[in-house]
Ligand binder design. Structure first.
Ligand SMILES: [Zn+2]
Length: 92
């Protein structure tokens, strides 16, 4: 299953909406177990959603948050040869 489809479903779930047709909770869980990019995306989306709940009266803040989310969801990050896994701040 494509990451973009998974992320659409994750976003819908965070918003309390129905998942898109063809995306099951089991399918989501299986993909997340297998795809670190989508796990990170979901973690970020959760944070942004929490912020949105607090900033819904502030359109500029919402715009900024959504812009940040879009920049993450557009494409999976390119894999650089020799890149090492040094991203700190790993949750859990
Ligand atoms: Zn994925």
């Amino acid at each position: 299953m494509h990451c973009s489809r998974i992320r659409t479903a994750l976003s819908a779930r965070l918003d309390g909406e129905e998942a898109p047709p063809g995306v099951t909770p089991g399918g989501l869980a299986a993909h997340l177990a297998d795809c670190r990019d989508c796990r990170q995306w979901e973690a970020r989306a959760r944070v942004l959603t929490a912020h949105l709940d607090r900033t819904e009266d502030d359109p500029a803040a919402v715009d900024a948050l959504l812009a940040g989310l879009r920049s993450v969801s557009a494409e999976p990050a390119p894999v650089r040869p020799g890149a090492v896994d040094t991203d700190g701040g790993r949750a859990g």
